[in-house]
Write a protein that binds this ligand. Structure first.
Ligand SMILES: Cc1cc2nc3c(=O)[nH]c(=O)nc-3n(C[C@H](O)[C@H](O)[C@H](O)COP(=O)(O)O)c2cc1C
Length: 282
């Protein structure tokens, strides 16, 4: 595991609103020096002719297309979803459908995920678009991190203006013809969203590194004791057994019998120290 967690921002954007919101999310993520960030788009599933008929502008050329094999390289993801009938677009569904092998091998288990979204109207799916993607995250056993209200209360409850965003993530309202662009309030929420997600991922990752290190130290210590104790103990025990003519006890039982109290005390105090270190993380 690298020392810095890697966050992928992965989105689909037909008319550019999600791409713009994604830029603000990236600004927020980049405020945290303890994470590495990369941006991708999911593969397009529509033909050029269909895209032309839908008046889709040319796509950004500087953002690489994600492939399923890329996913395990990241520790966490922020998914950008323009709604389609209150659910994520088919391009995302097609991408998830290409991750069967990762699902079978549990490769995305424990990775964190957040979402940002765009709808034409205020009630067009600022919540349901995310809900409809939760089964994908649940089946991959990923950890959904909501935006909630704690970090963006004022912005999310500002009823003086039309605004996207909800407890489920940052969002924008594009208008029925796509003419509305993300507002300053929406961009602000998106920056906060990125910043909050980065800090959540970084904290989780740092804690995991320490726990993994403590667990490795414990198992190394146990292995060392297993190497030495049974030999010492079984040697003593064989001598005792020869004296008494009793059947020889299995080496592990002999080890436990032979382990003197000073060794037990030493091991206990080392374990206590490690448990203290682990509990400080939480
Ligand atoms: C087929 C289709 C279905 C859509 N369904 C909805 C909808 O249910 N509710 C809504 O508010 N907007 C709907 N929209 C509008 C899109 O969500 C909007 O174009 C998108 O959020 C803009 O994001 P983008 O510029 O990143 O593509 C729909 C758009 C298309 C093309």
């Amino acid at each position: 595991m690298s020392t810095k967690p890697v966050i992928y921002v992965i989105y689909y954007s037909m008319y550019g609103h999600i791409a713009t919101l994604g830029d603000a999310v990236l600004e927020g993520l980049h405020k945290n020096d303890n994470v590495d960030v990369k941006t991708f788009v999911v593969p397009e599933t529509l033909s050029e002719q269909v895209l032309e008929k839908m008046n889709a502008p040319p796509k950004r050329e500087d953002v690489p297309i994600i492939s399923p094999e890329d996913l395990p390289k990241a520790d966490a993801y922020m998914f950008g979803l323009p709604t389609r009938f209150g659910t994520p677009p088919a391009q995302f569904k097609a991408f998830w459908d290409s991750t069967g092998q990762l699902w079978q091998n549990g490769e995305l288990c424990g990775k964190m995920a957040a979402t940002f979204f765009s709808t034409a109207s205020q009630s067009g799916g600022q919540e349901s678009t995310v809900w409809s993607m939760l089964p994908n995250l649940a089946h991959h056993q990923m950890l959904f991190v909501p935006l909630g209200y704690a970090k963006a209360f004022a912005q999310l409850t500002d009823n003086s203006q039309v605004s996207g965003g909800s407890a489920y993530g940052s969002g924008t309202i594009a208008g029925s013809d796509g003419s509305r662009q993300p507002s300053e309030n929406e961009l602000d929420i998106a920056r906060i969203h990125g910043e909050y997600f980065a800090s959540t991922v970084a904290q989780y990752h740092a804690g995991k590194l320490q726990i993994d290190a403590a667990a490795a130290a414990i198992s190394e210590q146990n292995a060392k004791q297993e190497d030495t104790l049974p030999q010492e103990a079984s040697a003593d025990h064989t001598a005792d057994a020869a004296k008494t003519d009793e059947p020889e006890a299995p080496p592990l039982v002999a080890a436990v019998v032979a382990e003197d109290s000073s060794k037990v005390n030493k091991r206990e105090s080392k374990l206590k120290k490690m448990m203290k270190r682990i509990s400080r993380i939480f």
